[in-house]
Design a protein around this ligand. Structure first.
Ligand code: MIC
Ligand code: SF4
Length: 623
């Protein structure tokens, strides 16, 4: 067997066979608060007594601002429902789900499904870790396989070794420049070759994490001696097994790590990458360091070393959010935190924070340098801000000079990281579930009629992200458990009248170009439009997770058989779509909708929950 990915996947197939649609056994799941509330409501609707995975963890890391009762209610619901069904609960303040999962739970050779698109971070230890919608994760918690088309394995051969100040972030930015935000679609990015052993597990985590931006199903590294040492340091050496590749790949690319220079992604896309040297000298207003891509101990100790004895430029606001409580505490005990504070950094919670627009929106037309993974327009909370993505090294040097600056090499002695699981609460199976008024019942769609009629409510271009469809941020994130309320914000940044129009016309269609729905796994980007009456999206192509979410909520992801037909349709056009023959009958435009038999049944039933009920109401996992 050639690759690490194929080896693990074949080992987990319980339905279908390699080459076609496969259903794999899921050993572990993770959820986070912003997608978790719906996932657990869905799990509850399935009607199983306890989770059937080896391990399921519910993290609270996205919305920790608590500006009203909504968010606090969500946290209480998540904690009590986790206790009820046998899920571990990672408290707010314990850290960012992917960082904690990589450190504390990821196991080489196992499978993980997470309701967050950056779940592939755990691929850093040689695990198949896939991001999906909450409903797919709920089904996996119920013991149901996770279905997807057999991906192709794209081998990335690493040779040489990084030369500081270049770091792992520069590698993945370089890859994004080559592959673009849709180049990974249908692929697993697998790293191999002699350069792998020069990268630590947190560095591998950074690369696997941001592979999500290529649209790939996941990214994976082998499990080797470096993995073993990492797990030993985490007190988990018993979980370590080697997983090797035989290094035969049908497609791929070579990267000489020694040639990687500091890179920067320009607004408004993670693949809009150039060397930092091309932008050197540009004035900046803000620097934000953290997120699941760059908040490891290695990253933040490096930042502390660069800032030690220096001052943040007076025109710059610098924030730092550590990835986990363990990282935070280690920074504090070694004095590195004092160096950061003395330099003038603003220290935030161990959480997603500014990465998902929970505070720290830049000023109007402001220039923000971030170590995050996404710089989509408006995601920061300021529509006209320019957000650039960089390594922690570039961020720290630039914070001092107040301008985009090519970093210099620094040497850092890494202390042993403090391991502390006190922020993880194990289930007692004794608590009753607490539901505040923000936890609204789940809307369910009707079965799909064979003819669907309506107007084109919006006409969009290529690479529309789920942040465009269903924005996050401090104002909207508290409504994640309340679909009727959050649906008022669909397309809020680009067309705030959309919800009103959808209601006036009693629903209709969305028209889009390539790669519709790229970015996050948030199923709200499918569920809220469904609630507004959208029965189909017509696009040139779709991003993987969003397409699956549309099907799960009974919204047809229709592609043009001939992409140029997109040009023939305008906003406001009335369409009549025959779902059997896949035609826009009044315009004579042929469509395609490649579905497996199972997906077709789910779509025609009006979504996965209806489908599960139709299967006898016994719940999945018992079929
Ligand atoms: C993101 O980075 O966009 C998020 C917020 O983590 C999302 C999940 C969500 O919208 O809740 C993701 O990456 O899937
Ligand atoms: Fe959180 Fe940002 Fe990572 Fe999403 S990308 S999980 S918002 S830190």
């Amino acid at each position: 067997m050639p690759s690490v990915a194929e080896r693990i996947l074949r080992d987990h197939i319980v339905d279908g066979s390699w080459g076609g649609e496969i259903g794999i056994r899921i050993d572990q799941t993770l959820t986070q608060d912003a997608t978790g509330t719906l996932a657990y409501l869905q799990f509850e609707a399935i009607g199983i007594e306890r989770v059937r995975t080896e391990l399921s963890v519910s993290y609270v890391d996205h919305n920790t601002l608590q500006t009203g009762f909504e968010n606090a209610d969500d946290h209480l619901f998540l904690q009590t429902i986790a206790d009820h069904y046998g899920v571990l609960f990672s408290r707010p303040g314990n850290g960012i789900c992917h960082q904690i999962h990589l450190e504390r739970f990821a196991v080489p050779g196992k499978s993980l499904l997470g309701s967050d698109s950056h779940t592939p971070t755990s691929g850093g230890v040689g695990m198949i870790a896939i991001g999906a919608g909450g409903l797919d994760v709920a089904a996996a918690m119920a013991g149901e396989p996770f279905y997807f088309n057999t991906p192709s394995i794209f081998g990335i051969r690493l040779i040489g070794a990084l030369r500081p100040p270049s770091s792992a972030k520069d590698v993945i930015l370089y890859i994004l420049k080559q592959l673009t935000v849709k180049g990974g679609l249908g692929k697993i990015l697998e790293y191999y070759g002699p350069g792998v052993k020069t990268l630590s597990v947190p560095e591998r985590g950074t690369i696997a994490n941001m592979g999500a931006e290529t649209g790939a199903t996941t990214s994976i590294f082998p499990s080797d001696e470096t993995t073993r040492s990492f797990m030993e340091e985490q007190g988990r050496v018993r979980d370590w097994t080697p997983v090797k590749s035989d290094g035969v790949y049908e497609e791929g690319m070579d990267i000489n790590l020694s040639e990687i220079e500091p890179m920067i992604a320009m607004p408004h896309s993670p693949d809009n990458v150039v060397p930092v040297s091309e932008l050197e000298g540009k004035r900046i207003d803000q620097v934000c360091i953290g997120s699941c891509t760059n908040s490891s101990l290695r990253d933040l100790m490096t930042v502390a070393r660069i800032l030690k004895g220096k001052r943040v430029h007076p025109d710059v606001s610098l924030t730092i959010s550590p990835g986990s409580k363990g990282v935070y505490e280690t920074l504090a005990r070694t004095g590195a935190l004092a160096d950061l504070i003395a330099a003038g950094a603003r220290i935030l919670e161990a959480a997603c924070g500014p990465c998902i627009g929970m505070g720290q929106s830049p000023p109007s037309k402001g220039v923000s340098l971030r170590t995050f993974n996404r710089n989509f327009e408006g995601r920061s909370g300021t529509k006209d801000a320019e957000v650039y993505l960089v390594s922690p090294e570039t961020a720290a040097f630039s914070a001092i000079t107040g301008r985009i600056t090519v970093p210099r090499a620094v040497s850092v002695d890494l202390p042993k990281q403090i391991v502390d699981d006190s922020g993880i609460i194990r289930p007692t199976f004794k608590k009753s579930i607490r539901r505040g008024p923000n936890i609204a019942p789940l809307p369910v769609s009707d079965p799909m009629p064979s003819i669907v009629e309506g107007r084109v409510l919006i006409r969009l271009g290529d690479n529309i992200t789920t942040d465009h469809i269903m924005p996050a941020g401090a104002k909207i994130l508290p409504l994640r458990s309340n679909i009727p309320k959050i649906s008022n914000y669909v397309f809020h940044q680009i067309d705030p009248d959309f919800p009103k129009r959808a209601r006036t016309y009693g629903g209709g269609f969305i028209l889009a170009g390539e790669n519709y729905g790229q970015g996050s796994s948030r199923e709200h980007a499918a569920l809220a439009p469904m609630y507004l009456g959208i029965r189909a999206v017509l696009a040139k192509s779709f991003a993987r997770i969003h397409r699956a979410n549309l099907i799960n909520f009974g919204v047809a992801p229709l592609e043009f058989a001939e992409p140029s037909d997109y040009e023939k349709i305008k906003e406001g056009d009335a369409l009549k779509i025959d779902m059997e023959s896949l035609q826009i009958t009044n315009l004579g435009i042929p469509l395609r909708c490649p579905l497996t038999k199972r997906q077709r049944e789910i779509l025609m039933s009006g979504g996965l929950l209806n489908f599960i009920k139709k299967m006898g109401g016994r719940g999945v996992g018992q079929r």
